[in-house]
Design a protein around this ligand. Structure first.
Ligand code: G6P
Ligand code: MG
Length: 217
């Protein structure tokens, strides 16, 4: 059979959360706001605009529209300086193995990411060619948990939503996949991603038999 396999980027293919953390922490601290790892966790899968809104709310701060936009630009500049140094070594374990197995089995693959930097990152880690379609933060008007990003991916792959499988590490992303009527696979902890149909800590736990089962059911 032919299914559509959709991958989130940050936290699924590469661990960019550490770079988002550095950039957000710098921004927050410059504004006199504390920023912890736990808070960074809550920004996973959350768009850039929404992330800054949350940080300001945590710090009880408001900014004019002009300053808000300036901070957003500064954050991204800082983030880009980190991802500029990325290479293939930052691909998470067994991700290439799974992508190759899907390609060998003629399964279409799409990216479904909230990030506006997704294409840059895929190029840095040399994975862009593995994707039949790329849908990212530049292509959507509604952020996860809205299913828009995954529905566009399904359309580009020409696969019905119920025949799509989504790999996600964020709460909002798993919810978006479920709302889209897709099979959600959480990558991370069961405590956080209990609403996913399946949960694995990482791709090393995903067997070829399991993927074959997804393709054939
Ligand atoms: C992903 C990350 C978020 C990030 C968002 C937007 O969902 O998990 O932490 O805020 O993408 O990324 P961007 O690269 O556009 O700032
Ligand atoms: Mg993610």
């Amino acid at each position: 059979k032919t299914k559509g396999f959709i991958f989130d980027l940050d936290g699924v293919i590469v661990d960019t959360a550490k770079y988002h953390f550095l950039a957000w922490k710098k921004l927050a601290n410059d504004l006199g706001i504390d920023f912890t790892e736990e808070e960074n966790e809550q920004l996973k899968g959350v768009s850039r605009v929404k992330s800054l809104e949350k940080i300001l709310a945590w710090g009880n701060k408001t900014l004019s529209e002009k300053d808000f936009n300036a901070q957003m630009a500064k954050k991204n500049e800082d983030y880009l300086s980190h991802i500029a140094k990325m290479d293939e070594s930052e691909i998470l374990p067994d991700v290439p193995k799974v992508l190759n197995f899907l390609s060998e089995n003629n399964q279409p693959i799409s990216l479904g990411s909230a990030s506006k930097n997704a294409r840059t990152i895929l190029e840095r880690v040399n994975l862009k060619e593995q994707f039949n379609a790329i849908v990212d933060g530049n292509d959507v008007t509604k952020a996860k948990p809205d299913p828009e990003v995954f529905l566009i991916a399904a359309k580009l792959l020409n696969v019905a939503p119920e025949n799509c499988i989504v790999f996600e590490d964020s709460v909002a992303g798993v919810e978006a996949a479920n709302v889209a009527n897709m099979i959600s696979i959480g990558i991370g902890s069961k405590d956080v991603l209990g609403h996913a149909k399946y949960v694995f800590n990482n791709f090393t736990e995903i067997s070829e038999e399991f993927i074959e089962k997804l393709i054939n059911e």
